[in-house]
Design a protein around this ligand. Structure first.
Ligand code: NAD
Length: 256
């Protein structure tokens, strides 16, 4: 028995990194998965590889920009019809930007909010009605430890990821009324995915990972499955009494 046997899950930003690891994890544990990404070819490659491993009809893929309201409606309905329902939404797609309030330009500030926060509003708005028809449901929004701990040169990302934490609580309370759909946020510390490529280019891979690892009490950067396991728990009925929480997967950094 898999931990999410029979669940139907929709994962944004699934062409690489944490979204890909999450899609693979949920499929391994018995779910059908839909992988979407602005990089449609990347999403299709991940779905094809999951189907090779777990059998045709396990994974589906669509190109989707999570800032496009009409596309959300089309792709959620298509995924719902292809999988035969919808129980789990993982709002994972996100972007970062380095810059202080003086350095950051306003267009980039707005873009980060649109991709990281508006996407969650839109995804939840259109997924919840579809999820209601299919028993217990779970929404998992990928925030960041940067949504809890601020830094001077991360103004756009700090703002967006703090909003992800709070919108998740509002949605959790709204959904709690029916007793059926839960909503939680996950807060990763640095995890070794392509999002760290720029830092690796600047310092070299080994030094970049060591530098980031030194900031974390457990002494190392995380692996994508560290987050995929957290999502798995929240997606499964093991967490059926858990809603409105912020699950920190942060090597102890927020305990300091
Ligand atoms: P990543 O850059 O490796 O992958 C992000 C994916 O999102 C990419 O495939 C990209 O094409 C997609 N994407 C970007 N904009 C999109 C859009 N408008 N519409 C649809 N897809 C879009 O990043 P990752 O490390 O896998 O991060 C995934 C999530 O986890 C993000 O929300 C990120 O902020 C968060 N996070 C990551 C870390 C980390 O250190 N890796 C830490 C904390 C939080």
């Amino acid at each position: 028995m898999g931990r999410v046997d029979g669940k139907k899950a929709f994962i944004t930003g699934g062409a690489q990194g944490l979204g890909e690891a999450t899609a693979r994890m949920l499929a391994r544990e018995g779910a059908k998965v839909t992988v979407t990404d602005v990089n449609g070819a990347g999403a299709e490659a991940v779905a094809a590889s999951i189907n090779e491993e777990h059998g045709a009809g396990t994974a589906f893929a669509w190109q989707q920009d999570v800032t496009d309201e009409a596309r959300w409606q089309e792709v959620l309905q298509a995924a719902h019809d292809a999988m035969g329902g919808l129980n789990v939404l993982v709002n994972n797609a996100g972007i970062g930007s380095l810059g202080s309030v003086e350095d950051e330009n306003y267009d980039m500030f707005k873009k980060v909010q649109t991709v990281d926060v508006d996407s969650i509003f839109l995804g939840c708005k259109y997924a919840i009605p579809l999820m209601r028809a299919h028993g217990l449901g779970s929404i998992i929004n990928i925030s960041s430890i940067a949504g809890i701990i601020a830094s001077g040169n991360y103004v756009s990302y700090n703002t967006a990821k703090a909003a992800v934490r709070h919108i998740s609580k509002s949605i959790a309370l709204h959904c709690a009324k029916g007793g059926q759909i839960r909503c939680n946020s996950v807060h990763p510390v640095f995890i070794n995915t392509p999002i760290l490529d720029r830092t690796k280019e600047m310092f070299g891979e080994e030094e970049a990972l060591a530098k980031l690892g030194r900031q974390i009490p457990l002494g190392k950067v995380g692996e994508p499955d560290d987050i995929a396991y957290a999502v798995l728990y929240l997606a499964s009925d093991e967490s059926k009494l858990v809603t409105g929480i912020e699950l920190k997967v942060d090597g102890g950094i927020s305990a300091m």
